[in-house]
Design a protein around this ligand. Structure first.
Ligand code: SAM
Length: 287
């Protein structure tokens, strides 16, 4: 029987990748790590049976997590990434030449090592970029003692189980708020509302309990099973609509980045939530 890797991250559902090659199957001190090659999705990284990324569609998730807040903000200098072990997000952020520092806090050195070896097509520029600072630490403990300030914090972690669970808590979001500059923004992944409604509502409720301005935007990434993936936007002062479409277009034009999913129009439209997701969001943030 050919090799395979099962995504078992959504209860009651299992989807299987046929592996044309198994690149790594390891147990790190923190999680099971599987890296395979699949004819349709390219290289696929799974952690504890949950798809983290596929090289075929990671551009969708990483572009929307990075460029929506960066182009909306307009003057991001210092970025903090929590998680992001494949370093695809760091590569996306570092495309912005006027960003002076990207600090990344990743729990598991094994994910970094395997990503450096097998995922160079999505992270090759990162490790030689002198603006990139990598810490192998738990994001919770790292941020609790932090006295630096950032313009943007991106939480690119595994789902809210185990070591990642506290990264979705109000306590962690309070620590993030303390590290954000005026107009600073936090963006955190908030699950696939159709198949993970509780992950979505509890993340958005916790964000709304800490920040004055919260919102959610969507992306459609084939590798994330179950429909749109939601990202949570949180800030003390910056609304995603604060910069007009024309202003965002001008910033996007002058940045002259080669992007394959993000456009200023897609970014604006991403905040238009379908009825069922809006209902979940309103219920979560009503009280
Ligand atoms: N894009 C993926 C997603 O949306 O599911 C996430 C990719 S990245 C591989 C997720 C990373 O979060 C993993 O490398 C994992 O080790 C890291 N992580 C989990 N809990 C963490 C914590 N408490 N502190 C820092 N990193 C953590």
């Amino acid at each position: 029987m050919s090799e395979r890797a099962d995504d078992i991250s959504i209860s009651g559902i299992r989807h299987t990748y046929e592996a044309t090659r198994t690149l790594a199957r390891e147990r790190s001190p923190h999680q099971d790590i599987t890296l395979i090659e699949n004819e349709r999705f390219g290289r696929v990284l799974l952690l504890d049976g949950a798809t983290q990324l596929t090289t075929a569609d990671e551009f969708i998730y990483h572009e929307m997590l990075a460029h929506v807040p960066i182009f909306a903000h307009g003057d991001v200098q210092d970025v903090l990434i929590i998680g992001g072990g494949d370093c695809g997000l760091a590569e996306e952020v570092l495309k912005h030449k006027d960003i002076r520092r990207v600090v990344q806090v990743e729990l598991d050195a094994c994910v970094i090592d395997l990503s450096r070896r097998y995922l160079q097509e999505i992270n090759s520029g990162v490790f030689d970029d002198e603006r990139f600072q990598l810490h192998i630490r738990d994001g919770i403990s790292f941020i609790s003692g932090l006295d630096e300030r950032f313009d943007l914090v991106l939480v690119d972690s595994t789902d809210p189980v185990g070591a990642a669970s506290k990264l979705f808590s109000a306590g962690f979001y309070r620590s993030v708020r303390r590290c954000l500059r005026l107009r600073g923004v936090l963006v955190a992944q908030a699950g696939v509302p159709f198949v993970q409604p509780l992950e979505f509502t509890s993340t958005m409720r916790n964000l709304a309990s800490v920040f004055k301005v919260t919102n959610s935007y969507l992306l459609a990434s084939p590798g994330y099973f179950g429909g749109h993936l939601a990202l949570g936007w949180a800030s003390e002062s910056l609304s995603p609509a604060a910069s007009t479409l024309d202003v965002v277009r001008a910033r996007h034009l002058s940045a002259a980045l080669k992007l394959r999913y993000y456009t200023p129009e897609v970014a604006q439209a991403a905040f238009a939530l379908p009825g069922y997701i809006n209902e979940l969001l309103e219920a979560a943030t009503r009280d």
